[in-house]
Design a protein around this ligand. Sequence first.
Ligand SMILES: [Zn+2]
Length: 389
Amino acid sequence: MIEKERMTEHVMDLIRIDSLSKNEKDVAIKLQKDMEDLGAECFYDDAGEKVNGNVGNLIVKLEGNKSDALPFFLSAHMDTVGPGEGIKPSIEDGIMKSDGTTILGSDDKSGVAIIVETIRALKDNGIPHGDIEIAFTICEEIGLLGAKHIDISKFKAKHGIVLDSSTPDRLVLRCPSAERMEFIVHGLEAHAGLCPENGISAIQLASEAISKMKLGRINDITTANIGVIHGGRATNIIPNHVRVVGEARSHSEEILREQVDHMRKCFHDAVSKNEVTIHDDLSIEGITYIAKLDEYIERSYDRMDVDVKCLPVILVETAVKNLGYTIEHHTSGGGCDANYFNEMGIECVNLGTGMYELHTVNEYLVMEEFFRSADIVLESIRLNTIIPS
Ligand SMILES: [Zn+2]
């Protein structure tokens, strides 16, 4: 029932439309047309204004033709990471790739295309279904911002599927909580050749802090990273300002708290008691300057932990079985829009679409898995329709 050729062409069309985070408008307009052609109602929420993007989340409602079926929720994100402009997709031996100078953007255009093809297959084959509600979100890649600001009151569905993970061999049920940390170290500027003793190097203090930090994989369920450093102006100036941005993620709130506290302590220890006293000709006592630290700690998103016995898990597992495949439950190290949807009361699992090596120029899409994922979604919707509401 899934038309592979149509689905392939569609995902390539979507990939060719640039849609870096906050610039999803062009792809949203195409999707709006695709969905309106299928008789769906489309509108945008105000998330775009809230995050300073050029369009909001595209919300799509397809009225069911079976009134006693439970409404079903589907979602995929429209934005991509960079380098993601002028992507040229091609297929060889069942694998879709870019030309190697950009990402492919199958994250998450593959999820978007699976949703559209599923709706097309429902329509073409006259398959009975309940109301289907779709969120094509913006700004997933920059902190799940579209999902964070979505107008959830627009949805009636209480369960569904998000299509935004790697392989349909796995069903993501658990994603971590994440915390973003920004540290600004203030030192004291001085000429590095004439009077280095009159300066405090913010770069040196930051590096002292980072060198003491536990980073990378902390344990099975926790990771931490310093991802950005900005500071310094010239080799002959002792730098007075460094900005360091990092994150920590964990499936345990307690361990996450410990890791964040540890990273903060490293900065506090490095910066505290760092001072320099400068004597000029007029004052005997001199003036003392102290290094300072500003820190901004912010929750990026809360963890997701879906019950193995909940409805979307049962639907997907039964669908997979009916189709003759297998699937395993998976705990992911990454967050996704489903973190927010679950928190907001729409219970959803994250099904893989066949995409690999995400966020790199080597990203690729395994076509067999891409088609299989669409079959699984279509069968899940069919099963959802026969559950008495
Ligand atoms: Zn994604």
